[in-house]
Design a protein around this ligand. Structure first.
Ligand code: PLP
Length: 395
């Protein structure tokens, strides 16, 4: 009667959603302030004042038919030109508006890329731990997601494991840095090695292997760590960007894909992206917010609260006996669970109203994710509870 696979996807809640809803029910019983919900990646820092001002200016000053009307499918040409120049200023690239395709956030950007590239029997490679939605986004195109197991000591890339999985069916490799859920930023050395393997394997297999850079956390990086701009190191890169996290605009659905001129078969790739966007009914990215982000191009993201939260939670958990790779970006901590079964561990944490997400959901059993895009005070008050949880495990 219906597409069973779509029914499965739509009716089974994700673990994160289930935990979040459990938290809402518990809050009604024990009070909002007694729930320590580390489950969602929804920014708690309000969108900056310059965004509010840009919205007001556009709505008050510009022609409403242009503000709220359709744009051409790739997005308003002036907006794309402005954003391209802003990228060039920051990353020494040479893009123009014709290299951008505006999308409804990173989810749309990566889905459009998967759909545009996918041919029968194709495979896409992701590195664990990874954003779980990649699985259904890739499978919806008929392709297969191949996962490279995590390199547990630092969550950088296990190249030996990668070499075992890359093959003649590999169409693209997806990289997310700063990473959800580990918070790790892939180092320049890692990116260069990845690029070298992709060059080598593209030549060996006689076909282009693309790199898809999923970058919604690009600006959320701490302690001056460099986040390499991947198209500078590998020409067949598609960059997927979003303003959901950097400008706290997840509900507005705005981002873009960069398709560099140097990419093999530029016009074919750009055309396929336009075609994929068309069949996915992505008529155009939200018009008002295309204009808003263009007005705010290059403006800074305020990451001071996330920085403070990272230090507080990381130091608190380590002091309580947890081991964890110190995140350099995004707003997640990914410590080792205190028992092998990460799901059982997260269930036990619920006794203290600590709501955590099992690492298994990210392809990395034995770990858990704690999102720290929540109130600093909530984190501060959660630390004694983490210490009690650890003490239950003899820490
Ligand atoms: N990619 C990663 C790694 C994410 O963590 C998220 C959202 O949490 C997305 C993509 C989707 O972001 P957007 O809101 O821009 O669609």
């Amino acid at each position: 009667m219906v597409a069973e696979d779509m029914y499965e996807l739509g009716s089974k809640k994700s673990t994160i959603r289930t935990i979040f809803e459990y938290g809402r029910q518990r809050a009604a019983v024990v009070g909002e302030e007694n729930i320590f919900d580390f489950s969602l990646g929804n920014p708690n820092v309000p969108a900056p004042e310059f965004i509010r001002q840009a919205i007001l200016d556009i709505v008050q000053q510009e022609d409403p038919c242009a503000v709220h009307g359709y744009t051409v499918a790739p997005g308003n040409p002036e907006v794309r030109e402005t954003l391209a120049q802003s990228i060039n200023e920051r990353f020494a690239t040479k893009f123009s508006g014709g290299n951008l395709f505006m999308t409804a956030g990173a989810a749309a950007a990566i889905t459009v890329c998967f759909k545009a590239l996918s041919e029968p029997e194709d495979e896409f490679i992701a590195f664990a731990p990874f954003f779980p939605e990649y699985q259904c986004f890739v499978e919806a195109t008929g392709a297969k997601l191949v996962v490279v197991p995590p390199q547990l000591q630092d969550f950088q890339i296990d190249f030996a494991a990668f070499r075992q999985r890359i093959n003649r069916h590999t169409k693209a490799v997806i990289v997310n840095s700063p990473n959800n859920p580990s918070g790790v930023v892939y180092s320049l050395a890692v990116i260069k090695e990845l690029a070298a393997i992709l060059e080598e394997k593209s030549a060996e297999f006689g076909r282009t292997i693309f790199l898809i850079a999923d970058e919604p956390y690009r600006e959320i990086a701490y302690d001056g760590v460099e986040v390499p701009y991947l198209s500078q190191y590998y020409k067949n890169t598609l960059v997927c960007y979003s303003y959901s996290k950097s400008f706290s605009l997840p509900g507005e659905r705005i981002g873009y894909i960069v398709i560099p001129n140097e990419i093999t078969g530029f016009s074919k790739v750009y055309g396929a992206i336009a075609g994929a966007a068309r069949v996915l009914t992505h008529v155009n990215a939200p018009s008002l917010f295309q204009k808003v982000v263009a007005r705010c191009a290059g403006m800074p993201s305020d990451i001071s609260i996330y920085h403070e939260n990272r230090d507080l939670l990381y130091n608190g958990l380590v002091a309580a006996g947890f081991s964890c790779v110190k995140p350099q970006g995004a707003f997640y901590l990914f410590p080792q669970a205190l028992e092998e079964d990460d799901r059982a561990f997260c269930e036990k944490a619920k006794a203290y109203d600590l709501l955590l997400v099992p690492g298994s959901d990210f392809g990395c059993p034995g770990y858990f994710r704690a999102s720290y895009c929540i109130k600093t005070e909530t984190i501060r008050r959660s630390l004694p509870l983490f210490a009690r949880l650890a003490a239950d495990y003899g820490k």
